[in-house]
Design a protein around this ligand. Structure first.
Ligand SMILES: Cc1ncc(COP(=O)(O)O)c(C=O)c1O
Length: 354
């Protein structure tokens, strides 16, 4: 019954016939690569992606091929992708990040078709967003979502792979993974604490390359399944997605109208189809950005600075100028909060700027 309702929802909104409920979004990518048994292939991805997802590529014996991003909205761009196409590219991973749909998704899809490459759409932080009137998730040969902590649909831990290709192999591989347990949870928490300590610090650039020594030790924090019975929570949250999104929009509108935007602190260029995972600010100086982070954290506000470039974490020392500059500015403030907390956040920000 629940699985039928999920299937109907996915078909209606994303035009996909099949799904697998996974431990994480990262597990979904792992299942795709593992089921094709590809090795030493390249997956093109933006350089400022969530570090977790790259581990699915590495652990299956493949390589990320990083590309720079749009200097203004931080998302993937067709021109950077096209330059990197070669015969060993297996797939292009297109995430919709920072709340904006990736505006080149259709052109990148054409590039995939032309070159016999799979398009994998990453909707981990963009479920409910749209591009050209279609829901994000419809574009990929394979698409995945995350239902983890702090995501738009949050059931604590979970992910989903959807496709019009038969997913039997992925289902079988998924069933062979260990069930999520306390040991895995503790290891995930440890890794994110270590990573966050670096990325909140002033020394991200210097420290991140050293951090790569931990990659191997932590590989199993991406490879697990969750109980199928938890699908009922997903269904309930999917049914409430519209209200969830409109509550987020109200807080975002409040920020829009109350924050004293200036040369030091600018609005992120949100476009039609946007989805507020968090609300982004673009801060003009790194010093001011850290001042804001420290003050908000001190007031127990879960501020973040997603997403930093992660190439050095995977031993790629090329320079990705746009992603680096964008990271210096980006700051995300929460939207799944009540008006009182939003008021406190606005007050803190405005008091620092003036
Ligand atoms: C854009 C993006 N893709 C993928 C992931 C990985 O999701 P999960 O933690 O469910 O593996 C994240 C996590 O934050 C993300 O932000």
């Amino acid at each position: 019954m629940i699985s039928n309702n999920i299937s109907q929802y996915i078909y209606k909104n994303f035009k996909k016939k099949h799904y697998v409920f996974t431990g994480r979004a990262t597990t979904a990518l792992y299942l795709i690569l593992k089921s094709y048994n590809v090795k030493k292939k390249y997956i093109i991805c933006p350089v400022n992606l969530c570090y977790s997802i790259i581990n699915a590529i590495v652990v299956t014996g493949n390589n990320p091929l990083f590309v720079d991003v749009d200097p203004n909205d931080g998302n993937m761009r067709y021109d950077f992708v096209r330059e990197k196409i070669n015969k060993d590219v297996f797939a292009i991973l297109v995430p919709h990040m920072f709340g904006n749909p990736c505006k080149d998704v259709e052109r990148i899809k054409e590039l995939c078709v032309k070159n016999g490459i799979y398009l994998i759409e990453d909707c981990a932080v963009s479920i409910g967003g749209k591009f050209n009137g279609k829901y994000l998730g419809e574009f990929g040969d394979y698409t995945f979502f995350s239902f983890g902590d702090s995501k738009i649909i949050n059931i604590g831990m979970g992910g989903m792979l959807i496709s019009n290709f038969i997913l039997d192999k992925m289902k079988k591989l998924n069933s062979q993974l260990p069930l999520f347990n306390k040991k895995i949870k503790d290891k995930i928490d440890l890794y994110s604490k270590l990573f966050r300590d670096i990325y909140y610090s002033n020394y991200y650039d210097q420290l991140i390359s050293k951090f790569s020594i931990f990659n191997e030790f932590f590989y199993d924090i991406y490879l697990f399944r969750v109980e199928n019975t938890r699908l009922r929570f997903v269904l309930k949250k999917l049914e409430g997605l519209k209200e969830n999104i409109s509550a987020r929009e109200k807080i975002a509108e409040y920020y829009n109208s109350k924050i004293n935007f200036s040369n030091n602190i600018k609005k992120y260029p949100y476009v039609n189809g946007k989805i507020y995972w968090r609300y982004n600010l673009l801060i003009d100086s790194i010093k001011l950005k850290h001042k804001l982070i420290n003050k908000l954290l001190k007031n127990n506000i879960l501020v973040s600075a997603w997403y930093p470039p992660i190439n050095k974490l995977f031993n790629d020392y090329n320079i990705y100028k746009n992603a680096e500059n964008f990271y210096k500015k980006i700051l995300n403030i929460p939207v799944n909060i009540n008006k009182e907390i939003a008021y406190k956040i606005v007050d803190t920000i405005n008091s620092i700027i003036y």
